[in-house]
Design a protein around this ligand. Structure first.
Ligand SMILES: *Cc1c(COP(=O)(O)O)cnc(C)c1O
Length: 216
């Protein structure tokens, strides 16, 4: 069995060993890795994959998705409005919804392309300058706008916590914000901190290097 599958199975076991009750989906983050690395995991039956660039995702995944409808692709990186149309074409989930202009553009394109994208709103939980995500104090009106005005299918919130070695407190507050909006899903946790994220309610973890190895 290839090391990629072994690593993936180990992560599944780790997640199953937690005391959490929610169902957890692993998004295998395949950015920078070629299809040679990814195919074994698809053949193994895994279905959720993540990429952070529209162009890379389109060239790598269009053909696979045309022949395999059960493969679901997640956009986890920053998305510019001018790439929204191509993103709607190739992705099933977008985790980086964080501003009104982007929301308006995505809403328009998903109607004309007849797609029903599932969204996460990315939150700038540490209110960090130059970081993606909607500021916490703008979250409520932004969520209501996306849901009521644009009719977007918002599953939950997404976070990349500040890099201060204490992800737990941010995971906890994201979980509380998610509950305050009565949302069901929570996108948080990466290779270094996914166990902490699962213990605090994550339903989608985004794991790259612990599955595919170090990125070059
Ligand atoms: C790359 C990336 C990940 C995966 O990171 P690893 O540390 O390799 O698991 C998760 N989330 C986002 C937003 C990323 O860009």
């Amino acid at each position: 069995m290839s090391t990629i599958i072994e690593r993936f199975n180990k992560i599944k076991l780790n997640i199953a060993s937690t005391k959490s009750f929610q169902r957890v989906n692993i998004i295998a983050v395949s950015k920078t890795f070629s299809l040679d690395h990814i195919r074994p995991l698809i053949d193994h039956g895994h279905r959720h994959f993540g990429e952070n660039k529209v162009q890379e995702a389109t060239s790598k995944w269009s053909e696979i998705k045309d022949t395999n409808e059960s493969v679901k692709l997640h956009m986890i990186g920053k998305l510019q409005s001018n790439k929204a149309k191509d993103a709607v074409k190739v992705f099933d989930y977008i985790h980086s919804l964080d501003n009104k202009k982007l929301a308006d553009t995505l809403a328009k394109h998903q109607i004309s392309l007849k797609k029903n994208i599932k969204y996460f709103i990315q939150v700038n939980i540490g209110n960090e300058i130059h970081k993606s995500g909607i500021p916490v104090n703008e979250l409520d009106p932004f969520y209501n706008y996306c849901k009521t005005e644009l009719n977007l299918n918002i599953l939950g919130l997404m976070v990349i916590p500040p890099n201060d070695n204490n992800p737990k407190k941010y995971f906890k507050s994201l979980n509380e914000l998610n509950k305050s909006l009565a949302l069901q899903d929570l996108s948080m946790g990466m290779s270094a901190d996914y166990m902490e994220a699962v213990n605090n309610g994550a339903t989608f973890v985004r794991i790259g290097s612990s599955i595919f190895g170090e990125r070059l």
